[in-house]
Design a protein around this ligand. Structure first.
Ligand code: TYC
Length: 101
């Protein structure tokens, strides 16, 4: 009698889970000086003067502008830090976050 040996075949696939990303959005207002918005964008979001100016002008003309995407923690911390900088000068400058679809 012949014995048939059945070997179970298993394969292991590693899937890397990526954390969900959050957008940081800059909102326009009528009071914060343009130069101050640029200064905050450079300081908190590490933008060049050119990038910061373009982003500020987009928010200024369209009402809002997506600045960058980060993990939730980083997005919320940066949005809060940037909003606080405006607040410390008495400006209504506002940054918000929203999950990326
Ligand atoms: N609208 C402001 C002004 O005219 C400048 C500004 C731009 C404010 C972008 C906020 O997100 C903003 N002084």
């Amino acid at each position: 009698m012949t014995k048939t040996l059945v070997k179970p075949r298993t394969s292991v696939k590693t899937k890397t889970q990526r954390p969900p990303l959050y957008k940081v959005i800059l909102l326009n207002d009528d009071y914060t000086p343009r130069e101050f918005v640029v200064l905050v964008l450079k300081a908190v979001f590490r933008m060049t003067a050119d990038q910061a100016y373009r982003v500020m002008m987009t928010a200024h003309t369209k009402g809002a502008c997506v600045i960058a995407v980060y993990t939730r923690d980083v997005a919320e911390t940066k949005a809060k830090e940037a909003t606080e900088l405006g607040k410390s000068k008495g400006y209504p400058l506002f940054f918000t976050t929203e999950p990326e679809e």
